[in-house]
Design a protein around this ligand. Structure first.
Ligand code: BGC
Ligand code: BGC
Length: 952
């Protein structure tokens, strides 16, 4: 364990102004006639001024002005008293400790909620020993939020795991731990026992005491293992799978887990949001960006590679907490030189244009020459297809290189620059190495046995989507990154991750595999979700592989978005903006297909126009007609559903008014023109579609589609009425522009009441589509064991005639409308459809939804089976296709299964409720979400059905 910084709370740790606070509050309380004792004062430790006042008032209501005046008054009293603070007020042991820390090169910060912190520090006369102060002005959220400590760490440029916080308040200790730092408590165990180490005071305590006490502490216990994905041996036959698993990213791009020095047959890829280029058959695909990873290591002229020399030791870890991928290798060259290499990479979440590789090299048994080549490479392809033309390349200095490339058809520019430094070796010689297509910097140095050198490669990227002048932006950013330095960049990066996990994290006690798998899924979604750009969305296989070419499906709105809507609403909003910005493409699709309004593409890319390939090679190489782009229409209702859910959970009226309403209304216009009236049966119908179950094409009256359309039209009318009240100008504008006249609205009402929904109220059974029940029934159980999907076994034509389905369809509907149907309806349909579904090899979208639905019908064991099936799709590559990228929908579905399923979270008009149905071995399920701006923390212990709820 390496400690690089100490972050001290001020009051009660460095000095005892706590006493002055007490007197200040006491005087205020006396004046107001409120009883206030020293015991009461204990409870104020670590609280902000406002929180303290609230405590002091004990529920008494005062107006905002009055509260402000009271806080000012107390602060006046306090300031008057601290004017008398002198260096004598430093607590015992502090001067010695500060001196020791400075001598040891450990950074020192003060982090205090107080707005007077700087004043007090200077009166104590210790300003020049403190490297940074974070105070009541630095951040908005106070302890136990992590902000203050993360602010301090970032100022110091030290990553949280190397920071120790010294605190005298429970809230501060909680904050330190949540920030991923070590916590030392000063005071009685009853108050600070949550810390990693506890001391009564700082008298005689030195740095070493911290280290030993923390090391003895219990904090890094077994549950911490459920944050790290590990690989303990290299298996060449699994490289594609592992490359997907070890993908890293920051919402701007993702990079697969190939080795820096490559490996024959690997599937190297970096995919950047929105950077598409034309491709045969599939129209457009995310272009594999020029590779930023290259780092080649030569020992006495021999190049390190996993397939030559001898690999004596190998391990890889992906730490989900900070998104750092690390590999350690002990390698012996054929001439017998042994070295330890450890290489880490991360894509900065603090600044999405910065990417970092750090490589340490230790000479185990030799003295000799080492050479490192760090560069960029545009000779990359998408499984054979080349997308880049070279615009420029070069070396501005021996330590730096740049590469400027352009997509061949779409003309998107990407500029990259890299900078190499080596520390820990003497006389490092740098040299430019400008090979065609791969400019690099070379560092040559000498290592003696036992010596360790560390290389840092900083990479910066911009595209012409980000700025008009990407080349200039790259230059500026690279200089900025070099100036900030590795430590500060890393600290910013980790602080951002801490914030994401604080709001998006889930705890499953009692099931390590499930917990790790769920976190892994959320991690994969978080790295694939765009942060700054609202013109892009997440593809079916995220940015982690070539599968589905970066095309966007309903997977985003129906499977992924709930997780983001509930935990990262700002990111959910960005993704919905993508659908707003692609409305022109959707309108084109509608008019080309002979409809009105906006009809979203089944597969969508940059413009929103349809990009589903009409033909693709089948297993025998012959082209097969793909009908999804023509017929899978429900996606338009799915997008509306997501907009509505976002609004319901966040209460973001502004979004609905400006963007969401238009999405919901113009897609409703499409449905109005899409339905057909059947005069014989006096009903509306939607014929010739594909529902969610893709084993059946050209079906009529898919119940999923029809019911969603009915809901959609109803919602459109409600939204329009709401808009009329809330923002009449916008309503008038939309009515005019989208042509929402009376006649159209009457038509919608007519469709709502007479659209055919194949639901038998007697049996409560739903028919997936017209005449589904007349198809031949098949016992899927009788086909076991099998390693193929039902349509592969029977062929596409034959499967049309069977009651075998690829994925939940009726059950998908019941999942989305779980609040509108009773348990009996769910049960009847579960009993019918669940056994007829191709769970193992049908769609990867199915298992998580079955897990959620299993909970609804109280089949918890079965639900758990489905949950684990979903959890293993990528981590265990149970379908054998994880090499093409993360199954994004399954990842999002897993969160839904945990939260909507096992926790039974439901929203109501005035809040939320849970209905825990935990698998027998789960001890606790806990998660957070945001409901209309408020942070909610839910913790559901197994032992009691009573739930402990709290708003934090
Ligand atoms: C599923 C679709 C899904 C698509 C992309 C297909 O196999 O059947 O529902 O949208 O994959 O993940
Ligand atoms: C998916 C469809 C998709 C098609 C073409 C199929 O595997 O099931 O949803 O449209 O591939 O990408």
């Amino acid at each position: 364990m390496e400690i690089k910084a100490l972050i001290f709370d001020l009051d009660g740790v460095l000095t005892d102004t706590a006493e002055y606070h007490f007197r200040g509050w006491k005087r205020l309380a006396d004046e107001e006639g409120i009883p206030f004792t020293r015991t009461d004062n204990e409870r104020l430790r670590g609280l902000s001024r406002r929180q303290s006042l609230e405590q002091l008032l004990r529920g008494r209501r005062v107006g905002e002005d009055q509260a402000q005046a009271m806080m000012d008054r107390k602060n006046r009293y306090y300031r008057d008293m601290i004017k008398r603070v002198t260096p004598d007020d430093i607590l015992d042991g502090v001067p010695e400790l500060l001196a020791e820390l400075r001598a040891a090169g450990v950074k020192i910060a003060v982090a205090s909620a107080s707005k007077n912190a700087r004043d007090v520090i200077s009166r104590l006369g210790i300003d020049d020993q403190i490297d940074a102060v974070s105070d009541g002005y630095s951040v908005r959220r106070q302890k136990p939020a992590t902000d203050l400590f993360l602010h301090a760490a970032s100022q110091l440029g030290v990553p949280p795991p190397q920071c120790v916080v010294v605190e005298d308040a429970a809230s501060g200790i909680e904050a330190a731990k949540a920030a991923g730092m070590w916590a030392v408590g000063i005071g009685p165990v009853e108050r600070v026992g949550g810390a990693d180490a506890v001391f009564p005071n700082l008298r005689g305590v030195g740095l070493n005491d911290f280290v030993t006490a923390i090391a003895r502490g219990t904090r890094r216990n077994d549950t911490d293992n459920n944050w790290v994905i590990r690989e303990n041996a290299f298996e060449a036959e699994k490289i594609h799978h592992k490359e997907t698993i070890f993908t890293i990213g920051n919402g701007y791009l993702c990079t697969r887990g190939t080795f820096e020095e490559r490996y024959p047959g690997d599937r190297q890829a970096t995919l950047i949001h929105g950077v598409y280029d034309d491709a045969p058959l599939v129209y457009t695909e995310l272009a594999n960006a020029p590779d930023w990873l290259p780092l080649d290591l030569f020992v006495e002229g021999e190049r390190l590679a996993m397939y030559r020399g001898e690999v004596l030791n190998y391990g890889r870890t992906l730490d989900l907490r900070n998104a750092v991928l690390a590999r350690t290798v002990r390698w012996r060259s054929s001439k017998g030189h042994t070295l330890d290499m450890s290489v880490e990479r991360w894509a900065s979440l603090g600044d999405e244009h910065i990417f970092v590789i750090r490589c340490t090299i230790a000479a185990v048994d030799f003295d000799g020459h080492v050479e490192l080549r760090a560069g960029l490479n545009d000779e990359v392809d998408n499984e054979g297809l080349i997308h880049w033309s070279r615009i420029a390349q070069g070396n501005p200095s021996p330590q730096a290189c740049f590469l400027h490339s352009r997509t061949r058809k779409t003309g998107v520019d990407i500029c990259q620059a890299a900078h190499l430094t080596v520390e820990g070796a003497e006389d490092v010689v740098y040299q430019a190495r400008d090979c065609e297509g791969h400019p690099a910097s070379v560092a040559r140095f000498h290592l003696e046995q036992g010596q360790t050198a560390t290389a840092i490669k900083l990479v910066v990227m911009y595209t012409s989507h980000d700025t008009d002048a990407p080349a200039r932006a790259v230059q500026t950013k690279l200089n900025e990154a070099i100036a900030r330095g590795y430590g500060a960049l890393r600290a910013d990066h980790e602080a951002e991750w801490t914030k994401y996990w604080e709001t998006s994290g889930v705890v499953i006690e009692g099931d390590d595999e499930a917990e790790l798998a769920l976190r892994f899924s959320l991690f994969q979604l978080l790295i694939a979700t765009p942060r700054q750009d609202d013109r892009v969305s997440i593809g079916g296989r995220t940015l982690s592989g070539f599968g589905y070419r970066g095309h966007v499906f309903w997977d985003t709105e129906i499977f992924i978005l709930p997780f983001l809507i509930f935990t990262q609403p700002q990111l959910a909003r960005n993704l919905l903006m993508y659908r707003y910005r692609t409305l022109p493409g959707a309108r084109k699709k509608a008019s080309r297909s002979g409809y009105e309004g906006a009809m979203y593409a089944w597969e969508s890319a940059r413009t929103g126009e349809e990009t589903t390939p009409p033909w693709l090679p089948g297993p025998d190489g012959k082209l097969v007609r793909i009908w999804t782009g023509d017929l899978q229409h429900h996606v338009s209702a799915d997008v509306a559903y997501a907009v509505w859910q976002y609004w319901r959970v966040t209460g973001d009226h502004e979004f609905l008014i400006k963007y969401g309403a238009e999405i919901i209304l113009d897609t409703a216009v499409f449905w109005g023109s899409r339905v057909q009236y059947n005069a014989d049966d006096e009903r509306y119908e939607i014929n010739d579609v594909i529902g969610p179950d893709e084993y059946h094409v050209h079906v009529n009256n898919s119940i999923f589609t029809n019911r969603m359309v009915q809901w959609h039209l109803q919602t459109a009318l409600e939204v329009l009425a709401w808009l009329g009240r809330r923002n009449p100008d916008k309503a008038t504008e939309l009515i005019k522009r989208l042509d929402l006249d009376e006649e159209r609205l009457d038509h919608w009402n007519d469709v709502i009441s007479r659209l055919y929904i194949a639901y038998d109220p007697e049996t409560r059974l739903m028919e997936q589509f017209e005449d589904f029940f007349d198809l031949e029934d098949i016992d899927l159980q009788s086909l076991e064991p099998r390693a193929k999907s039902i349509d592969e076994m029977h062929g596409f034509e034959a499967v049309q005639k069977l009651q075998a389905i690829k994925q939940p369809d009726v059950l998908m509907l019941l999942h989305l409308m779980r609040d509108d149907y009773d348990e009996e309806t769910k049960r009847v349909n579960w009993n019918y459809y669940e056994p007829r579904t191709d769970h193992a090899y049908g769609s990867s979208l199915g298992p998580s939804i079955h897990a959620a639905m299993g909970c609804e019908v109280n089949e918890i064991e079965r639900a758990y089976e489905h949950f684990m099936r979903a959890a293993r799709i990528d981590l265990r590559d149970s379908r054998g296709d994880a090499g093409h990228g993360i199954h994004a929908a399954s990842a999002g579905g897993l969160w839904q299964a945990a939260v909507f399923g096992f926790a039974g979270l439901k929203l109501s008009d005035n809040g939320y409720s849970t209905n825990p149905r935990l698998p027998a071995h789960w001890r606790r399920l806990a998660f957070r979400f945001k409901l209309r701006g408020e942070d909610v923390f839910v913790s559901l212990p197994r032992s009691t059905s009573d739930l402990h709820r709290g708003v934090s």
